[in-house]
Design a protein around this ligand. Structure first.
Ligand SMILES: Cc1cc2nc3c(=O)[nH]c(=O)nc-3n(C[C@H](O)[C@H](O)[C@H](O)COP(=O)(O)OP(=O)(O)OC[C@H]3O[C@@H](n4cnc5c(N)ncnc54)[C@H](O)[C@@H]3O)c2cc1C
Length: 458
């Protein structure tokens, strides 16, 4: 075969591959993150004027256990709106696709489903009333998102629990990696504090759900967002922490990193979580005429007065700054920019998790933490982590808020930028960073068993 022929056949091969790929992409059902765009239908089957059943048509992509389950809950559009149906394996017209070849969680079966005129009796309509599907889904998101949040937390810690002992033994430049601040303060300590902030929010939300406060969807979204993003970052950092070994199958951190990746995609992606969080708290900001986070900040100012060492003052600074940023966004109608709406979701999650971790450190100090709560760290360690996280949250809200409120303008932020710096108390937030390095040293000492018995109050 001449060179010219080879070129022609290579370009044909690429064309054929492209066709295959484009074909595959076009097969994907349309709904995805947008539950409202549901295309699966459930038509009533009526006999003697009575609904006796439904005929379901459509397809579903990415269904966990899709290829192996015996019973499925399927969302489909009835004449009265989206509704859940129980469909059993083996029903005529109901077929399951091949297992997907995935990046991670490779032992978990994920498959597409196809429903062609699948008949179900009327009693398979969940709740017996049509059109309740989205409300029913909303009613469980608080729980299911909390569950995925816990996956992220557990996976992040599973990776760090490999990186921490590894770095205590691995000698480089004459000393263990665990004694090198540039290593621990980048690859270990920030991830531990972020995971613990996620844990604080998860456990607090779980307790509130157990206490009957409802399904707490927004709190579930905040917990999922923080813990799964933290889990992913921790697993990724753990690969780096193990160097070349981290990049191999044998040391497992690369597997954990592939497995935890799904937690920021399923049960609502991180971007959808940002939107959910932001929309809800935006309503709270509007309804309270801008004082929602100023009010919440006061709770942490009071906590700071009782427990000056748990980072509550800094959490309060984050919340006051958030209230000011949200108010500027309202006045400038800036949530019409989707990027600003979603960034608000991130800042809200940081500010609220900072509050939660401060409360947890205080409760631990008072010996009042719920008996079900995790007790891996004592009060001084939790307090130091809380101070680290709260500093991050306050600076993130103020700095990123200034950046994007200014960035939404096209005419130069000018005087408003300077006013906003004052309004968010940027000076105080910068001053509150003092002691950060010392707190990180202390947390590293705790993690590597070097902390002195004497309590560190920071
Ligand atoms: C392994 C696995 C298991 C799963 N198991 C199940 C299951 O059991 N049951 C089930 O129902 N689903 C399941 N899913 C589906 C999962 O919930 C969806 O994949 C997820 O919600 C994202 O939808 P999508 O894949 O269509 O992506 P898309 O919605 O197309 O999103 C693609 C990207 O665009 C972003 N995006 C989407 N909408 C917006 C927007 N409005 N604004 C800004 N950005 C946006 C997303 O954040 C994402 O980054 C599973 C998925 C996987 C991969």
């Amino acid at each position: 075969m001449g060179n010219q022929d080879r070129k022609v056949s290579a370009s044909r091969l690429i064309q054929e591959l492209n066709k295959l790929l484009i074909g595959k992409i076009r097969e994907f059902p349309d709904a995805g993150s947008d539950l409202g765009a549901l295309e699966t239908t459930a038509d009533r089957v009526v006999e003697d004027g009575r609904i006796v059943g439904y005929r379901i048509n459509g397809s579903k992509q990415w269904i966990s256990n899709g290829g192996i389950a015996d019973a499925y809950s399927v969302l489909a559009n009835t004449p009265a709106g989206p509704s859940w149906f129980i469909v059993e394996r083996g029903a005529p017209g109901f077929t399951q696709g091949k297992p997907e070849n995935k990046h991670g969680i490779r032992l978990s079966n994920t498959a597409a489903l196809s429903l062609a005129d699948v008949y179900v009796d009327a009693d398979r309509l969940v709740g017996k009333v049509e059109g309740q599907g989205l409300l029913q889904a909303q009613a469980v998101f608080g729980y299911t998102r909390l569950m995925v949040a816990a996956f992220g937390l557990g996976a992040g810690w599973a990776a760090l629990d490999r990186a921490i002992p590894y770095s205590a033994k691995r000698i480089q430049a004459g000393a263990p990696l665990s004694e090198k601040q540039g290593y621990t303060h980048k690859l270990i300590v920030p991830h531990v504090t972020r995971l613990e902030a996620g844990r604080a929010y998860i456990e607090e939300t779980a307790e509130r759900i157990d206490a009957g406060e409802g399904s707490l969807n927004t709190e579930g979204a905040i917990a999922k967002y923080m813990a799964t993003e933290a889990g992913n970052a921790a697993a990724e950092a753990s690969i780096q922490a193990l160097g070349g070994y981290g990049y191999t199958h044998d040391y497992l951190v690369e597997k954990i990193s592939r497995d935890v990746r799904i937690t920021i995609i399923y049960e609502g992606t991180s971007e959808i979580m940002e939107m959910t969080i932001s929309r809800d708290r935006w309503q709270a900001h509007l309804k309270t005429r801008g004082v929602y986070y100023h009010d919440r900040a006061r709770e942490f100012e009071a906590l700071q007065a009782r427990h000056p060492d748990v980072g509550a003052g800094c959490a309060a600074l984050a919340m006051h700054a958030l209230a000011e940023i949200m108010e500027r966004a309202r006045a400038g109608r800036l949530t019409r920019f989707q990027h600003i709406l979603l960034r608000l979701g991130e800042w809200i999650a940081y500010a609220e998790c900072a509050g939660s971790l401060a409360r947890r450190a205080a409760l631990m100090g008072e010996g009042k933490l719920s008996e079900k709560a995790n007790r891996r760290f004592d009060a001084p360690a939790l307090s130091a982590m809380s101070r680290i996280f709260a500093r991050d949250a306050a600076l993130r809200v103020a700095q990123e808020g200034l950046r994007w409120i200014g960035g939404a303008r096209t005419d130069g932020a000018g005087r408003e930028g300077a006013d906003l710096q004052t309004a968010v108390n940027f000076g105080a937030i910068c001053r509150a960073q003092a002691g950060l390095l010392e707190d990180m040293d202390f947390v590293a000492d705790v993690l590597y068993g070097r902390a002195k018995a004497a309590a560190h109050t920071g």
